[in-house]
Design a binder for this molecule. Structure first.
Ligand SMILES: NC(=O)c1ccc[n+]([C@@H]2O[C@H](COP(=O)([O-])OP(=O)(O)OC[C@H]3O[C@@H](n4cnc5c(N)ncnc54)[C@H](OP(=O)(O)O)[C@@H]3O)[C@@H](O)[C@H]2O)c1
Length: 248
C-alpha cells in the first residue's frame, strides 16, 4: 500500500470505514448515546474484513473511539498468524499498538478491548478523564493512560506522542463518526479507505462516517481525490487521498 511521509514528518494517518449506499455506518443513536445495535454495524462482507486486516498490517497502530470498541467484541488487533507474519515480513512488530480515545475516561473495563493483552493499549483521554481511566485500568499493565488537553482531546498532540513514544509512523483510524469528525476538523486525515455496500438504512439518526460537529461552510469542507476504485463481489472498494491543502 502506498503513501508515506518522510521520516521527519508526522505519521501518515489513514481512515478505514464501511458505509451503506445512503452513507450510514451503523444503526440509530439510542437515547443515552450508545451502544447502537451491534448487528447494524456488521453489514460488510468477509472481503471487507480482509481489507481491514490488510490495511492494519501496513500500520504501526490502530485507533478508535470508546463507543466503537465498547459496542461489540472488538480488539483492534492484527488478526490471524497470517497477518502477523505479513507484518513481520515488512519489518513491523507482529501486533500493532492500539489506541482508544475517551475524553471522559469512563471506560468499561470488562469490554474485550481492555481484556485483550496481546499488545500495548493507550487510552487517550483528557486531564479531567485521567483519574477515572487510571482507576478502571489499574490492574492491566498492558494499558497506558495519557492525557492530551484539559477538557477536549488534542488529537495532534496525541499523534505526536504516538510518534515519539511508540515510534508510530503509520496510523489507521477506524471510527466511529465522532472520532472521525474530530480527525477531519483537525485536518489530520491523509488517506481514506471506504467500502460502499449495496444497502439502504435510511433514518436521519443513523451514524455516518463523520458525525459530531462537522463543517458548516462549503469552503471549509474536507477535500479528497479518489485514486482507486475496485469492485469486489457486491461492494465497491474506494481509496481517497487528501488534496494537498485538504480544503477548498
Ligand atoms: N461501518 C464502519 O466502518 C464503522 C466503523 C467504526 C464504528 N462504527 C459504528 O459507529 C458507532 C460508534 O460511533 P460513534 O460516533 O457513536 O462513537 P465513536 O466515535 O466510536 O466514540 C465516541 C466516544 O469516543 C470518545 N471520543 C471520540 N472522539 C473524541 C474526541 N475528538 N475527543 C474526545 N473523545 C472522543 C468519546 O468518549 P467519552 O464519552 O468517553 O468521552 C465519545 O463519546 C458504533 O455503532 C460502531 O459500530 C462503524
Amino acid at each position: 500500500m502506498p503513501c508515506m511521509k518522510d521520516k521527519t514528518s508526522t505519521p501518515w494517518v489513514m481512515m478505514n470505514m464501511a458505509m451503506t449506499a445512503d452513507g450510514k455506518t451503523s444503526g440509530p443513536k439510542e437515547a443515552n448515546g450508545f451502544p447502537r445495535t451491534p448487528s447494524m454495524s456488521r453489514f460488510s462482507s468477509k472481503a471487507d474484513h480482509r481489507r481491514l486486516l490488510q490495511i492494519r498490517a501496513t500500520t504501526d497502530a490502530v485507533m478508535s473511539g470508546r463507543a466503537t470498541v465498547e459496542s461489540d467484541a472488538i480488539d483492534l488487533g492484527p488478526g490471524s498468524k497470517h497477518w502477523q507474519r505479513e507484518r513481520c515480513r515488512h519489518g513491523r512488530e507482529a501486533c500493532n499498538k492500539r489506541i482508544v480515545v475517551s475524553a471522559s475516561g469512563r471506560i468499561q473495563p470488562h469490554c474485550l478491548i481492555y481484556q485483550n493483552n496481546s499488545s500495548p493499549l493507550l487510552i487517550a483521554t483528557t486531564q479531567s478523564g485521567l483519574a477515572s481511566a487510571r482507576a478502571s485500568t489499574r490492574a492491566y499493565d498492558w494499558i497506558r493512560v495519557e492525557a492530551f488537553g484539559e477538557e477536549k482531546i488534542n488529537l495532534k498532540q496525541c499523534i505526536r506522542w504516538l510518534q515519539k513514544h511508540w515510534q508510530v509512523r503509520r496510523l489507521v483510524v477506524e471510527g466511529g463518526g465522532h472520532l472521525n469528525d474530530a480527525m477531519f476538523r483537525e485536518g489530520l486525515v491523509d488517506e481514506l479507505f471506504l467500502t460502499l455496500c449495496p444497502l439502504i438504512y435510511g433514518g436521519r439518526h443513523h451514524a455516518t462516517i463523520a458525525d459530531g460537529v462537522g463543517f458548516t461552510q462549503l469552503s471549509d469542507a474536507y477535500r479528497l481525490r479518489c485514486v482507486e476504485r475496485k469492485r469486489k463481489g457486491r461492494e465497491l472498494f474506494l481509496r481517497f487521498l487528501r488534496e494537498p491543502d485538504g480544503k477548498v
